[in-house]
Design a protein around this ligand. Structure first.
Ligand SMILES: [Mg+2]
Length: 209
């Protein structure tokens, strides 16, 4: 885990961002039109105090700004800490005593979020974790025999849009634009080598004969 100590040259290092819903507040009875009704998650308030004592803290929420005053009220009611609503559209950082309620991803030394995934510099690991977190197999299933033509330049790890093709995942994502698969079924490598149209035309003619 990377460590971001306080650095006077880095305004981001002064702040810790904390998600609101299901990180500070438990909303076990659903969205309820955005009403802020839940109780603090165990340990959340003590942790808010601990972090607010050593860094500036902002509470980042995707809730519509009309809910931000209610979030600030909830924070103050449960923690006794001052909380203010972010009213600066240009804000990039937060350094202040009060908890700031914002819907912007401000610069921070750290984010605490129930939906977060720490990126440690290795996208292979991160992509597998991300797929798992959204209900897919950690690694894409092979996309079918057509993609496994030996010697095809297209053989191997699917790229781009094809990387999201699911052979057996819980969620099937429609896959368009897979010329490699279609051509491979016709025996044409992907990307196609020079003269593939001519060879393909001869092949299909032979099929019809
Ligand atoms: Mg959340």
């Amino acid at each position: 885990m990377s460590v971001i100590p306080l650095d006077p040259a880095s305004p981001a290092s002064y702040a810790v961002g904390i998600d609101f819903d299901q990180t500070l507040v438990a909303h076990d009875d659903g969205w309820q039109d955005g009403r802020i009704y839940g109780a603090p998650i165990p340990g959340a308030i003590d942790s808010l105090h601990a972090l607010a004592g050593v860094r500036s803290v902002f509470i980042v929420t995707a809730r519509h700004p009309r809910f931000h005053p209610a979030v600030a009220t909830w924070l103050t009611r449960h923690s006794g800490l001052d909380a203010v609503v972010d009213d600066d559209p240009e804000r990039a950082y937060w350094q202040g005593e009060a908890l700031l309620v914002t819907n912007k991803k401000l610069g921070a030394a750290l984010y605490i979020d129930d939906r977060g995934l720490r990126f440690g510099g290795d996208w292979t690991t991160t992509l597998a974790q991300a797929r798992h977190a959204i209900g897919l197999a950690a690694h894409p299933a092979p996309t079918g025999p057509a993609d496994r033509v030996a010697g095809s330049p297209g053989h191997g790890a699917p790229q781009g849009r094809d990387a999201f093709a699911e052979g057996s995942g819980a969620v099937r994502v429609p896959v368009r634009g897979r010329p490699g698969a279609r051509l491979a079924a016709w025996g044409v490598p992907w990307p196609p080598t020079k003269g593939w149209r001519k060879r393909l035309a001869g092949h299909r003619q032979a099929e019809q004969d």
